[in-house]
Design a protein around this ligand. Sequence first.
Ligand code: HEM
Length: 143
Amino acid sequence: MKTLSQLVCIGTLALAAGCAHGPATDDSTYQGLGGQGGIKKIVDTFVPMIMADARIKESFQDTDLKNLSMRLEEQFCELSGGPCKYKGKDMKDIHDGLNITNAQFNALAEDLQAAMDKHGVAPAVQNKLVARLAPMQKDIVTK
Ligand code: HEM
């Protein structure tokens, strides 16, 4: 099965999706997300969506959601070129043993896109953030 990264980065969509993976070189994606305030709003919509999503909610039963939200805000801010530093655990370490599937990874990415839609984030900006998350799939999916 193709990874999300491969799906996002095929053909003419590749440029729009920001398929030159790696750190952001400017803060246009961060600005497109609405800066720190916009990212907080997106995460505050995204986390309840995860908890309502039958495909993945089980995994988060014992998770400290306040911590998760904080870490996601830092991560999205840093990845989008904003002035933050992710202070959470290594992606491979934290997801190890959770037996996460590609389908679950894609479900979470879908919820994130729906949360960004709700806050009016432009599709090109959404694609850029997702493209920067996509390389993490190999560390998160273990099943
Ligand atoms: C792009 C995809 C994903 C990203 C960016 C991501 C990011 C994160 C971050 C930043 C944390 C917090 C780390 C910390 O506390 O230091 C976390 C924790 C967690 N993630 Fe993910 N995650 C992703 C996919 C998934 C998926 C698909 C699942 C399950 C269906 C999942 C389940 C969890 C759980 C259960 C925790 C809490 C673990 C614990 O506290 O011990 N994640 N994730």
